[in-house]
Design a protein around this ligand. Structure first.
Ligand code: PGA
Length: 254
């Protein structure tokens, strides 16, 4: 059985005091949740403060990005050992906004995954097609290319430590959620790719999140799909009540 994992991707939101306030509320709402791994991913600057508020809770902490070198002349970047030292356990890699606005490619995603694994951070690797690709029937092909490129050289043992997030780009921040059937179809495709590449046993252990306009109202039905193992939540993770409701509604389906 795969344990569901629900992560809040806060994107470029929340100052340090605001982050501490939100985590304090989330903590209060989710004290008794243990059947789902819950993770919050604030901006880099708020990680250390967030870590302090999360001590002695079962809520995990993630960053939203990293650079693949440990240190050096790379102005403005943050590395895996730095994230680790700040208390992060997870790191989102290759989010579509990083690909779209910051030029990330499957090759940079691949380097970032390797850097994260080296420091024992759990990568949450995002894949997903844009609307034109879906409409022209290329969604599966796009996902396959992203998996082949992003996971190049990743061993089965390493793959077992990863989380994959399927986020159709047309559903992110748009209010348009993929239907449970649309999402399940792609999740199943990713699991089949994992089985073909790493074997059936490994494929059955890898958690695949869905992301894109997840809300309390659609969480249960999405979570009820066989290959959906949790969510990467953007907008609805910025309020404690909606984030907690997503988790509680998911639990009723899991
Ligand atoms: P959304 O974002 O929930 O606001 O659509 C999801 C994401 O980008 O991870």
């Amino acid at each position: 059985m795969r344990k569901p994992i629900i992560a809040g991707n806060w994107k470029l939101n929340k100052t340090n005091p605001e982050a501490v306030e939100l985590i304090t509320q989330i903590r209060r709402d989710l004290t008794d949740v243990s059947k789902v791994d819950v993770v919050v991913c604030p901006v880099f600057l708020a990680l250390a403060d967030a870590h302090d508020v999360l001590l002695e809770t079962n809520i995990g902490l993630g960053a939203q990005n990293l650079y693949w070198e440990d240190s050096g002349a790379f102005t403005g970047e943050v590395s895996a050992p730095m994230l680790k030292a700040a208390g992060a356990q997870y790191v989102i890699i290759g989010h579509s906004e990083r690909r779209q606005y910051f030029g990330e490619t499957d090759q940079t995603v691949n380097k970032k995954i390797k850097a994260a694994l080296k420091y024992d951070l759990t990568p949450i690797v995002c894949v997903g097609e844009v609307l034109a690709e879906r409409e022209s029937g290329k969604a599966f092909e796009v996902i396959k290319t992203q998996c082949q490129g992003g996971f190049a050289g990743i061993t089965a043992a390493e793959m077992g430590r990863l989380v994959i997030a399927y986020e159709p780009v047309w559903a992110i921040g748009t209010g348009k959620t993929a239907t449970p059937a649309q999402a399940q179809e792609v999740h199943q495709f990713i699991r089949k790719w994992l089985a073909d590449t790493y074997g059936q046993d490994l494929a059955q252990t890898v958690r695949i999140q869905y992301g894109g306009s997840v809300k309390p109202e659609n969480a249960k039905e999405l979570m009820g799909q066989a290959d959906i193992d949790g969510f990467l939540v953007g907008g609805a993770s910025l309020k404690a009540d909606s984030f907690a409701a997503i988790i509680k509604n998911s639990l009723s389906a899991a």
